[in-house]
Design a protein around this ligand. Structure first.
Ligand code: B16
Ligand code: MG
Length: 221
């Protein structure tokens, strides 16, 4: 297998890139927080972007320690609320520009993967109607170490049979950009400078990604 920066694969994060499940995560955590009398705002929810379920609960508890059994019960309860909400997802929930980008890359013969921290990634992708577009789906069950560790992206690359430097990652979380850079991949950040500014390219939304330019530059190196 040759190693080059010529891009052979694109790896997409799910929440915040392909669809906005952040709102559903928020509503589920908020319901749990209200039941437990814990203050939790939309602003607090921003910190949970790209972060695992357990880490999300730790952030929600703001350092307060609870017995493991209680933590587990709270995570399960939140996940139950979330599972109910994602049943309502349809192809209309794809973020602007996503369908076009996936079709363009498919036409070019570029491989594609999803790499999400979520253990619910598969039902979400199925409801969005895009599961056939991907060569690999890496999710919250695929690896032990979560982002910012590079493991999830390296796993996706391996499954596709593509070397890491030939992969581009599209991510909306700071931890996701760090993971992509640690994996030696091209990082494309979606969101504000203060969140994804370390990426090689940064755009406000997926629809703004200059795909042709990125592929052209990659051809030259
Ligand atoms: P679950 P991503 C992440 O998805 C979400 O951004 C994050 O808020 C969530 O806690 C995490 O998945 C785990 O989700 O509880 O469904 O396993 O951005 O990596 O696609
Ligand atoms: Mg994300």
């Amino acid at each position: 297998m040759k190693i080059s920066r010529k891009l052979e694969a694109f790896i997409f994060d799910l929440d915040g890139v392909i669809t906005d499940t952040a709102e559903f995560h928020y509503l589920s955590w908020k319901r749990l927080a209200d039941e437990e009398g814990i203050p939790f705002s939309r602003k607090d929810n921003e910190q949970l972007r790209g972060v695992s379920r357990r880490r999300s609960l730790e952030l929600l508890l703001k350092g307060k320690e609870l017995p493991e059994k209680k933590m587990q019960e709270m995570m399960d309860r939140k996940n139950g609320y979330y599972r109910e909400l994602i049943k309502t997802i349809t192809p209309d929930n794809l973020l602007p520009g996503v369908e076009e980008i996936l079709e363009y890359l498919k036409e070019k013969g570029i491989k594609m993967a999803i790499a999400s921290a979520s253990k619910n990634a598969r039902p979400v992708i199925k409801n969005l109607g895009i599961e056939d577009m991907f060569d690999t789906i890496a999710d919250g069950y695929s690896v032990q170490k979560t982002k910012p560790a590079p493991d999830l992206f390296l796993h996706a690359a391996k499954e596709m049979g593509v070397e890491p430097p030939a992969c581009a990652v599209v991510e909306d979380a700071e931890s996701g950009i760090e993971a992509a850079l640690a994996a030696g991949m091209l990082a494309i950040g979606i969101g504000p400078e203060e969140r994804v500014g370390k990426a090689h390219y940064r755009y406000d939304q997926v629809a703004d990604i200059e795909l042709e330019k990125i592929l052209e530059v990659s051809e030259k190196v």
